[in-house]
Design a protein around this ligand. Structure first.
Ligand SMILES: Cc1cc2nc3c(=O)[nH]c(=O)nc-3n(C[C@H](O)[C@H](O)[C@H](O)COP(=O)(O)OP(=O)(O)OC[C@H]3O[C@@H](n4cnc5c(N)ncnc54)[C@H](O)[C@@H]3O)c2cc1C
Length: 308
């Protein structure tokens, strides 16, 4: 209920103004975001990799309605890929990039988004790494999967994301697993209506387990993005049961969430990737993190109440 209300309130421009201009918000943001610049992101990537973690970098921003802005986001990713490659951080896919299709023009038309994503894929390849397309609101899912399927003819390592909260996702996982591709499975961070999504937590978790099974049984490369201890245990058990090698799948978690568990998993020899966002447009990302956990929201509101 609170999650729903918060996600709905996030569209309010007054709330955005209040949160983004509060000096105290920066301290909370710093828990989840590397910093404002690509230089900050590269510095944090280096320290995560030194701790044995893999990284996927996200330049914050979404829902672009301006072609120039979509082109600027694309250029940012191209420069980022170049920096990561030049610093030797992409070796063996140790750092890749995650792209939100609506940030590079999906709602301006799939042609624009496809052309921009293709440019990012080319730059990533040049830098020795790859791209994963994030999953966003329901209206973006079908066009995103279509673009991914089309671009995979040229970039077979282009990954995509499935949200277990969606009713369609189990079928999507079966189809995607059959083609042996990189698929990130997450629960889903958007508020979707009941006709397309499971809304009870228990149903979303069961759907995750079914999707997980489909991916782990297939010939693809599953990327299990969750902080949920039960689902992490189920993943480890399925890996044993299906005889998967440690390098044939990976765990993924968000920067700033369960860092000790991230290091523990990496210490077992598993591939563990951290999703690392950077950039000034952190508002929507922060609200989704607050919505996931009421305790985070209480902490955040208390910090706003403190004198700066
Ligand atoms: C690598 C990665 C990539 C993602 N990409 C996408 C995407 O493309 N599209 C999309 O819709 N969603 C994405 N998500 C977000 C995801 O859908 C969930 O909203 C988020 O991961 C919380 O779900 P959970 O699986 O951790 O389970 P939950 O049931 O929400 O949480 C399980 C436990 O994890 C811990 N936890 C979870 N969230 C927080 C938090 N914010 N702060 C502190 N502790 C927390 C708590 O201990 C909690 O009990 C991604 C998540 C990850 C990890």
């Amino acid at each position: 209920m609170l999650r729903r209300a918060l996600l709905a309130a996030s569209a309010s421009s007054r709330l955005r103004q209040l949160i983004t201009t509060a000096p105290q918000a920066r301290a909370v943001v710093a828990r989840y975001v590397a910093g404002d610049t690509a230089g900050d992101a590269v510095r944090v990537t280096r320290s995560l990799q030194a701790a044995g973690l893999l990284v996927t970098l996200d330049y914050l921003g979404e829902d672009t309605k301006d072609p120039a802005q979509a082109a600027a986001v694309t250029d940012e990713y191209i420069q980022l890929a170049g920096k990561l490659g030049a610093e030797g951080l992409t070796r063996g896919g140790a750092a890749e990039v995650s792209v939100k299709p609506t940030a590079v023009g999906l709602f301006l038309g799939t042609r624009t988004a496809k052309a921009n994503i293709s440019r990012i894929c080319a730059a990533a390849r040049e830098a020795g790494t790859m791209v994963t397309l994030d999953a966003e609101e329901f209206a973006a899912i079908e066009p995103t999967l279509r673009i991914a399927a089309q671009l995979r003819a040229e970039y077979p390592d282009l990954g995509c994301v499935v949200q277990s909260c969606l009713r369609r996702s189990e079928a999507d996982c079966r189809a995607l697993a059959a083609y042996g591709i990189r698929v990130r499975l997450c629960k889903g961070a958007y508020d979707e209506p009941e006709n397309v999504a499971f809304t009870a937590r228990r149903e979303v978790d069961s759907s995750y387990a079914r999707c997980l099974r489909a991916l782990m049984n297939g010939p693809g490369y599953p990327m299990l993005a969750t902080h949920d201890p039960r689902l992490i245990q189920i993943t480890a058990a399925l890996a044993l049961l299906t005889g998967r090698a440690a390098d044939s799948f990976e765990y993924q978690m968000l920067y700033g969430i369960r860092p000790a568990e991230q290091r523990r998993l990496a210490g077992t020899g598993a591939r563990m990737r951290v999703y690392l966002p950077y950039g000034g447009d952190w508002y929507a990302y922060l609200v989704r993190r607050l919505a996931e956990r009421p305790r985070n929201l209480t902490f955040f509101l208390r910090s706003l109440g403190r004198d700066s």
